[in-house]
Design a protein around this ligand. Structure first.
Ligand code: TXD
Length: 315
């Protein structure tokens, strides 16, 4: 079976790491459409192949015609935040870029699955699906996998356990209103709240520590932006998008938080929001609902309202 072809639209910070990660997994990769830089990055990655022991066709491209036949297209085209900026501040410039990118994908890779990373994520994936006209099962946003990974990292550090044993999920919009689902966060099935209460022998302290981790998760993107001073996170977003790509290409039926177009699920219709989805060979194969308690519902509704306001501002 021919190796799958992945087109990476946007060869900047995240795009460069995406190219390396896809190459290392021998997933096959066609890289970027930005003048010159993609050729340099892919040549550099290819020259690492004897050392990292992978065979893969890695090409730099400057024309959409070279994404023909791509099975998956991952979009990072767009400006990142600068310190002090919100993701929403990017909507004007990145909407113009996304319009051009979506038209290129529609014309050259009409059967591809599309994973949008560009910010503001919930709005950009909405625009991409609208302009490509692809079924919503094939157009999704990457945010929840990253936000959940951040939440899991903070939990692991707090409890002194391996990240491999932490399960944590973040739903809602990809912004300060995102919703870490505290109630279901666990370490190999043991609720995190119980472990915190035992660690501190104090329920109030446990709640305080968890609240701090929730807040850090919601602000984690901005924390990296502030430290970097120029640009935003790129290793963790790239890894998160590759996890989604592998789930599709290897038909893994992963249950992951994905920014998906809702049609009544979780009480939302007609908007892209981060919810649990089964990802497999058919893309978003199922949106998995579960009951939210009153606090979670209020946070989710608030997050959805923020997404609606942002998306409606594009109309
Ligand atoms: O979780 C998430 N979804 C977020 C997304 C996590 C982190 C960063 N997030 C966003 O991804 C970020 O706010 C940006 O909107 C995108 C890409 O971030 P990155 O750090 O990769 O930005 P770069 O390094 O500026 O790369 C963007 C590339 C750059 O090389 C531009 O030349 C290119 O996009 N670009 C284009 N490529 C193709 N077509 C067009 N029109 C175009 N315009 C710019």
């Amino acid at each position: 079976m021919a190796r799958p072809k992945i087109a990476l639209i946007g060869g900047g910070q995240i795009g460069g790491v995406l190219a390396q990660l896809t190459a290392l997994r021998e997933l096959g990769v066609l890289f970027d459409i930005v003048e010159g830089m993609p050729q340099g990055k892919t040549l550099d990655i290819a020259e690492a192949s004897p050392v990292d022991n992978f065979d893969v066709a890695v090409e730099g491209a400057n024309s959409y015609s070279e994404i023909k036949g791509a099975n998956v297209v991952i979009v990072t085209a767009g400006l990142p935040r600068k310190p002090g900026m919100s993701r929403d501040d990017l909507i004007g410039v990145n909407s113009k870029i996304m319009t051009q990118v979506a038209e290129g994908i529609k014309a050259n890779a009409p059967d591809a699955f599309v994973i949008v990373i560009s910010n503001p994520l919930d709005a950009m994936v909405t625009l991409c699906q609208k302009i490509t006209g692809f079924p919503s099962s094939r157009v999704m946003g990457m945010a929840g996998v990253l936000d959940s990974a951040r939440f899991a990292t903070f939990i692991a550090w707090e409890l002194g356990v391996s990240v491999k044993d932490v399960n944590a999920m973040v739903l809602g919009g990809h912004g300060d209103t995102m919703v870490p689902i505290v109630r279901y966060a666990n370490v190999n099935g043991v609720p995190v709240m119980e472990l915190l209460e035992r660690k501190y022998n104090d329920k109030a302290k446990a709640k305080e520590v968890m609240a701090a981790m929730v807040k850090r998760t919601q602000g984690a993107g901005g924390e990296v932006v502030k430290l970097l001073g120029n640009g935003s996170a790129f290793y963790s977003p790239a890894s998160s998008a590759i996890a989604m790509t592998e789930a599709i290409l290897r038909d893994q039926k992963r249950l992951l938080p994905v920014c998906a177009l809702l049609n009544g699920e979780f009480g939302v219709k007609g908007y892209y929001v981060g919810v649990p989805c089964v990802l497999g060979a058919n893309g978003i194969e199922k949106i998995v609902e579960f009951s939210l308690d009153a606090e979670e519902q209020a946070m989710f509704d608030n997050s959805v309202a923020a997404v609606k306001e942002l998306v409606d501002s594009m109309k």
